[in-house]
Design a protein around this ligand. Structure first.
Ligand code: SF4
Length: 375
């Protein structure tokens, strides 16, 4: 099925016309229209506007979504920071209990449920950044606005075709109405005659619009691991991590599998980062044969979401993937706050709506999920 193909051997079912139509009729339908944007979208959309691969178009991307008619534009990167707070906390509580695998890639989650169901207990229980952002916006932002959750029309812009399938998971309770890939975003620019390059930059809206460098690098293979390590050291020791960049250790570059041993509070944490179906199969085989890892980041698309099935295609695709990743690392370096735990918006949300701290009962109810074997 095209909508679950993580590497784009088939194309997506296009939702762009439906979304534009809904935006045009929002007053008639009484809908508050909200967009969220994944880390890779801010660099991917540049190529749809004929800008060089890796160009950061964050402000113009927000402005374009507002020009389409969205009332609010929030950042899935805030959801990525939230994922790190929850997943990093979960990792520390599960240390010594076998490998914990990341769960933010639905291509990988599908693979576990269908091919490796015996690994379900090893998956993090965290929803993906899209899943967390969807839950917070539908159930908490609606409270802030004083409207019913169903009054919000929530569209997620993603580098990913598998995310279209993810929102239909029963466990995610229909929080997101539509997912559009970066290519569909490009079609919307054309249909609405919006010239992305000419737009003055706009800011994300405040409720869920702040991200740290930790959230920004989620789109590149190794980014989730690096963000988690930035969090885990501080959470385990109460002291700032000696460094924030783990590039030599966990950024895979051209390698499909990267392994490292990282010091954490007097212990050694064995980690691995893997992307692409063949590499995943190889690493799982090794783990089943007895290789031990504490934490493994898995992304179905080679290079991570910057190489996702919903990103711009063309002859330069393979060359553009590392440029897009470098675009994300450059955004990270430009940030004053580079660790997810430094996200002030999330500190406020935890204090007011999410049970006080990561791993709370409220956070578990809203931000975690379950898995089950599937055919
Ligand atoms: Fe989607 Fe990213 Fe996973 Fe590819 S790596 S399937 S783009 S979440």
């Amino acid at each position: 099925c095209a909508v679950v193909c993580p590497v784009d051997c088939l194309y997506e079912k296009d939702a762009s016309k439906t979304v534009l139509e809904t935006l045009k009729n929002k007053n008639k339908n009484g809908k508050i229209c909200v967009a969220i944007t994944a880390p890779s979208v801010r660099v991917g959309i540049s190529e749809e506007a004929d800008l060089p691969a890796g160009t950061d178009s964050t402000g113009q991307m927000v402005a374009a979504l507002k020009a389409f008619g969205f009332d609010y534009v929030f950042d899935t990167n805030t959801g990525a920071d939230l994922t790190i707070m929850e997943e990093g906390t979960e990792l520390l509580s599960r240390l010594g209990q076998g490998t914990m695998f990341t769960s933010c890639c639905p291509g990988w989650v599908n693979m576990v449920e269908k091919v490796y169901p015996e690994l379900i207990p090893n998956l993090s229980s965290c929803r993906s950044p899209q899943g967390m952002a969807g839950a917070v916006i539908r159930h908490k932002f609606s409270q802030v606005l004083g409207v019913k959750p169903e009054d919000i029309y929530l569209v997620s812009f993603m580098p990913c075709t598998a995310k279209k399938d993810e929102i239909k998971r029963e466990q995610l309770s229909g929080d997101i109405d539509e997912v559009c890939t970066v290519r569909e975003f490009g079609r919307m620019l054309t249909a609405e005659k919006v010239d992305l390059k000419a737009l003055p930059a706009a800011d994300f809206d405040e409720f869920f619009g702040e991200s740290t460098g930790g959230g920004d690098i989620f789109g590149a293979s190794g980014g989730v691991m690096e963000a988690a390590l930035r969090f885990a050291h501080e959470a385990a020791t109460g002291k700032p991590a000696p460094n924030v960049e783990f590039d030599g250790a966990v950024r895979p570059g051209k390698a499909g599998i990267k392994e490292a041993t990282v010091a954490l509070d007097g212990k050694e944490l064995k980690v691995a980062v893997v992307s692409g179906g063949d590499n995943i199969a190889k690493l799982i085989k090794r783990i089943k044969a007895g290789d031990k890892f504490d934490f493994v980041e898995v992304m179905a698309c080679p290079g991570g979401c910057v190489g996702g099935g919903g990103m711009p295609k063309g002859k330069a695709f393979k060359k553009n993937v590392p440029k897009r990743a470098e675009g994300l690392y450059s955004i990270d370096r430009s940030k004053g706050h580079r660790k997810s735990q430094e996200n002030d918006t999330l500190q406020r949300l935890y204090a007011s709506m999410l049970g006080g701290a990561p791993g709370s009962h409220e956070a578990h109810e809203l931000l975690h999920t379950t898995y089950s074997p599937r055919q």
